[in-house]
Write a protein that binds this ligand. Structure first.
Ligand SMILES: Nc1nc2c(ncn2[C@@H]2O[C@H](COP(=O)(O)OP(=O)(O)OP(=O)(O)O)[C@@H](O)[C@H]2O)c(=O)[nH]1
Length: 299
């Protein structure tokens, strides 16, 4: 443990899908800890990024977007994870997108107001605001909606204005020894890392054809010296999606496997042997056993 750390705490990162929460955590922690794709709702786990700076340790709880409507069990469970994360946090960062305030943002803000946790506002993607003169009125209109403890406009993508956010957050970290060693950036298990990487590569290939209902489950993982053997199942909801995920002559699956293997070899060093299967399980987003094995519990 890091002896010099005197303040440490949990920072909940909350916002609707696609506002840039994963990008922000990655930018702050300085290492890829969560999957980022151009598709909303890809973060399925509570993934923590850890940053140790001076005598402070920030533990970011990167939550799925809180959804105003949650018709399916998967969404309900993700919703609960997000709320739990916010409730446990010492401070919450509410992330919104510059120039874009939706009903969903308001619904999340309303649920945050019910929690007894300090909330700060991050206006992300300021780099992409077409009309910069509109930025200030936008910020004013949002800050009028709640009693935010701080407001930081920034760009997670361009890495601008991140230090002021850390300076603000630092004030909310309670006196505490470090939770993690200073060089540890993520608490993801190797199985979770493998599943996330495979899922990310798959979504990069098929996100246009296959909706969100794809899950990756690592069934076997064993190390033999420098070699890691992984067997993973890609769960899809419909038989008709099988052809898309496998591709002609198995090409898509092969490419996904190769890309995932290379990335995992880069992360862990050593060699990786990856076996992928595609299985159809209608209604998996409603199956508590599958959700449980993916780290999403319904209890
Ligand atoms: N221009 C611009 N794009 C950004 C910025 N931050 C994030 N993005 C992009 O916004 C998209 C969504 O980013 P994510 O970090 O996956 O968003 P998220 O809020 O974690 O999304 P969920 O996991 O679905 O809740 C990606 O294409 C990012 O590259 C930013 O500061 N500027």
């Amino acid at each position: 443990m890091n002896e010099s750390v005197r303040h440490a705490g949990l920072v909940g990162v909350v916002g609707r899908p696609n506002v840039g929460k994963s990008t922000l955590v990655n930018a702050l922690v300085g290492e890829k800890v969560s999957i980022v794709t151009a598709k909303p709702q890809t973060t399925r786990h509570r993934i923590m990024g850890v940053l140790t700076r001076d005598d402070c340790q920030f533990v970011f709880v990167d939550t799925p977007g809180i959804h105003s409507e949650a018709p399916r069990r998967l969404n309900r469970d993700m919703n609960r994870l997000a709320q739990d994360a916010a409730r446990d946090a010492d401070v919450v960062v509410f992330v919104v997108q510059a120039g874009k305030w939706l009903a969903e943002d308001q619904a999340i803000l309303d649920s945050l107001k019910r929690l007894d946790v300090p909330v700060g506002l991050v206006i992300n993607k300021v780099d992409q605001a077409a009309d910069k003169s509109q930025l200030l009125p936008f910020i004013e209109s949002i800050t009028a909606r709640a009693d935010f403890r701080f407001v930081v406009p920034l760009s997670a993508l361009k890495l601008t204005n991140l230090t002021p956010l850390l300076d603000e957050l630092q004030q909310f970290l309670p006196e505490s020894p470090a939770f993690f060693p200073a060089d540890q950036h993520s608490d993801q298990s190797p199985r979770m890392v493998a599943a996330e990487v495979i899922r990310e590569k798959l979504m990069m290939r098929v996100h246009k054809e296959v909706p969100y209902a794809v899950a990756v489950q690592v069934q076997e993982m064993e190390r033999e010296g420098q070699l890691t053997r992984i067997q993973a199942v890609i769960w899809i909801e419909k038989e008709g999606q099988k052809g898309i995920v496998i591709g002609q002559g198995g090409k898509v699956l092969k490419d996904v496997g190769t890309a995932a293997r290379k990335e995992l070899e880069g992360i862990w060093g050593g060699r990786v042997h990856l076996d992928l299967w595609v299985k159809v399980r209608a209604g998996w987003p409603d199956d508590p056993r599958i959700l449980g094995s993916l780290g999403i519990t319904s209890e």
